[in-house]
Write a new protein. Structure first.
Length: 233
């Protein structure tokens, strides 16, 4: 396993050759890259490198443990790093979780909605945005009644936020999406990578600054989200 310290670097101005060098390193060994928190919106070119885990500085212990686990570091070593007798429990496979989200969306797309009254016309984007934001608000109320650890997987929250932003014609940066998902940066970045690979979301370059990335929901996924609103509202 390798650790790359990218803090202090001017990521927006790295050359293509330098970005490719990082990707080449990640291709031959599990790699953890440490970046400054204010550089998150400029790591888009690195998100295609696999396996490459990200940690934002300053590093939180739980994020470090999760990154080490995903990089294939043994639990005994992680326990030594943490200085604890037990390691993190219940680290589910990210790929399996992402596939579960995709399967749920696929089933929803095939669902029979014939019993639902047909709309007389397309739902206005403002109405869809309002419904989605209401869903997000209700989901966040969970933390007032239950521990956040019960709802650690942010895949659905990411899709809800991006679907709402699409109707609101808002662009969503990598950093703001991690914040909206209410999860540690490391977890948010892993899910962004996984959902992008599965085609549920897409990464677009900022038209005014190609070194910066925006995240958007893909058109097929957006259509399925509209079906979801049809069924639930």
């Amino acid at each position: 396993m390798l650790i790359l310290d990218l803090t202090g670097l001017d990521l927006p101005n790295l050359s293509g050759q330098e970005v490719a060098a990082v990707a080449d390193i990640a291709d031959v060994a599990s790699t953890i890259a440490i970046v400054d928190l204010d550089s998150l919106d400029h790591i888009g070119p690195f998100l295609d490198a696999d396996p490459l885990e990200f940690l934002s500085w300053p590093i939180m212990e739980d994020e470090l443990m999760a990154a080490l686990a995903n990089a294939g570091v043994t639990q005994s070593f992680r326990e030594d790093v943490a200085g604890l007798d037990v390691g993190p429990e219940g680290l589910a496979s990210l790929r399996e979780d992402a596939e579960r989200v995709a399967r749920a969306l696929a089933r929803l797309a095939e669902a029979d909605v014939a019993t639902r009254p047909a709309r007389t016309g397309p739902r206005p984007p403002s109405q869809s945005a309002r419904l989605l934001r209401d869903l997000i608000r209700k989901r966040r109320l969970r933390s007032e009644f239950f521990p956040d650890e019960l709802f650690a997987d942010p895949g659905w929250d990411i899709l809800l936020d991006l679907a709402a932003a699409r109707h609101e014609r808002k662009q969503v940066s990598v950093s703001s999406l991690c914040i909206a998902a209410s999860v540690p940066t490391t977890t948010g970045l892993r899910w962004i990578k996984a959902l992008t690979r599965m085609g549920l979301i897409v990464r677009n370059a900022d038209p005014t600054d190609g070194r910066r990335s925006f995240i958007a929901i893909s058109e097929p996924t957006a259509a399925v989200m509209e079906r979801y609103l049809d069924i639930t509202h």
